[in-house]
Write a protein that binds this ligand. Structure first.
Ligand SMILES: Cc1ncc(COP(=O)(O)O)c(C=O)c1O
Length: 393
């Protein structure tokens, strides 16, 4: 008993210590990680290290520390999702990663891409603009705007489907999708499964091999605390070895530094999807951000998230704010949406009070992370309820 109390106390102290690494909390109640994770002193120091190496060594920074940093990042990201380092390619955005994947297919035999209307727009646009060259976009409508039942995908996928594309966590609702079930649906028909995990990696435990997905994309902006300019693509090892992306650059070449323009030979593994010079400042920031998440441990982050998210939902319900959530808290990640008539006005009013939240059409999005406190969860919801009382929105 005494030991378990001590363990609990240790946990409390640890959260405070991590929170202290994020200076924004001295000024603001930051509740918007689903848009952009807060800046930590560790990430700031890593970017300074990047510039110091540039200053001290010029181009020689490439051949030693910068190149090593890229490979460390590849390894550490791979470990976070249960992959091998050679299954990871690095990009400056999720969109560029998607473009590389989309370029690896000949859509003539299998023209269909199954997707839902809850996806982030960039994911849909990637294939929508290819409709004029023969791709058929099969758009599933979410029945409740929260999630998409796996059965709907099972109905939509067939022998002419090339890819099933879906989010692990939906950006407008925070609902968690069963990605192992989606991979199974795709594979039953010989299709491949691509998961947009931008809203999940970091806050949800993930094992890509166990889930059986073919591709998974995510980036540094949100739950990985690395800021903009860095994105990751996982490609299943045996798939990577025979796909031939056509949107590539010199980093995708087997012998990049041979400078041989007479032939192109694909690198082994996911690297064959890469393009040009990687965003090294963002790589330093990205690695430092992942370091924080890995040090805490994703399972611990998830426990904390369940505690904070449950509190937000409970407080919102108690005040009659009707949060839009799945029935079970386990099916919800760190995003709680509250319908408002004028979400932008709510965001602006809260910002004037030092509370940072986010809006999407029809809803205010609240996204606590491990660095937030239970007191903040109550305060943010209370502030929204008070705005309603004051007739703001
Ligand atoms: C779920 C999801 N997918 C994709 C993106 C866009 O990624 P990028 O701007 O790196 O292409 C976002 C960004 O907010 C997102 O939330």
């Amino acid at each position: 008993m005494e030991r378990s109390l001590r363990a609990q106390a240790d946990t409390v102290i640890a959260w405070e210590r991590y929170r202290a690494e994020f200076p924004i909390f001295r000024q603001r109640t930051y509740f918007n990680t689903c848009s952009l994770g807060a800046l930590s002193t560790r990430v700031e120091a890593a970017v300074r290290q990047f510039t110091a190496l540039w200053d001290a060594s010029g181009a020689a920074a490439w051949y030693g520390p910068w190149s090593a940093e890229i490979e460390h990042l590849r390894e550490e990201f791979a470990a976070l999702i249960g992959a091998w380092p050679d299954e990871i390619a690095i990009f400056p955005s999720v969109t560029t990663a998607l473009t590389a994947v989309a370029s690896a297919y000949d859509y003539r035999e299998r023209p269909r891409v199954v997707i839902s209307d809850l996806e982030f727009p960039t994911t849909v646009y990637q294939w929508m603009v290819k409709e004029s060259s023969g791709v058929t976009l099969e758009m599933i409508r979410s029945p409740d705007r929260l999630a998409v039942p796996v059965a709907e995908y099972a109905r939509a996928v067939d022998a002419r489907t090339q890819l099933l594309v879906a989010s692990h966590v939906y950006f407008t609702s925070g609902a968690v999708q069963d990605i192992a079930a989606l991979a199974h649906v795709a594979h039953q028909h010989g299709a491949h499964c691509l998961i947009d995990a931008y809203q999940s990696v970091g806050q949800l435990p993930l094992d890509v091999h166990a889930a059986g997905v073919d591709f998974l994309i995510t980036g540094g902006l949100k739950w990985l605390l690395g800021g903009p300019g860095i994105a990751y693509l996982y490609v299943r090892r045996d798939l990577a070895s025979h796909l031939r992306p056509t949107d590539v650059g010199w980093f995708a070449h087997r012998e990049q530094f041979a400078f041989d323009v007479t032939q192109f030979a694909y690198a082994d593994g996911a690297r064959r999807f890469e393009g040009g010079t990687p965003p090294v400042a963002a790589i330093y920031a990205g690695r430092a951000g992942i370091g924080i998440v890995a040090e805490i441990g994703v399972s611990r982050v998830r426990h904390r998230q369940i505690e904070l998210v449950s509190l937000v939902v409970e407080e919102a319900r108690r005040r009659g704010l009707r949060p839009r959530t799945p029935a079970r808290v386990e099916d919800l990640a760190g995003i709680v949406t509250i319908p408002r008539q004028d979400p932008t006005a709510v965001v602006a009013s809260l910002a004037r009070r030092g509370i940072i939240v986010d809006a999407r059409p029809g809803v205010v999005r609240l996204s606590p992370y491990f660095y937030n406190t239970p007191e903040e969860c109550t305060r943010v919801v209370e502030a929204i309820a008070n705005l309603e009382k004051d007739g703001v929105a």
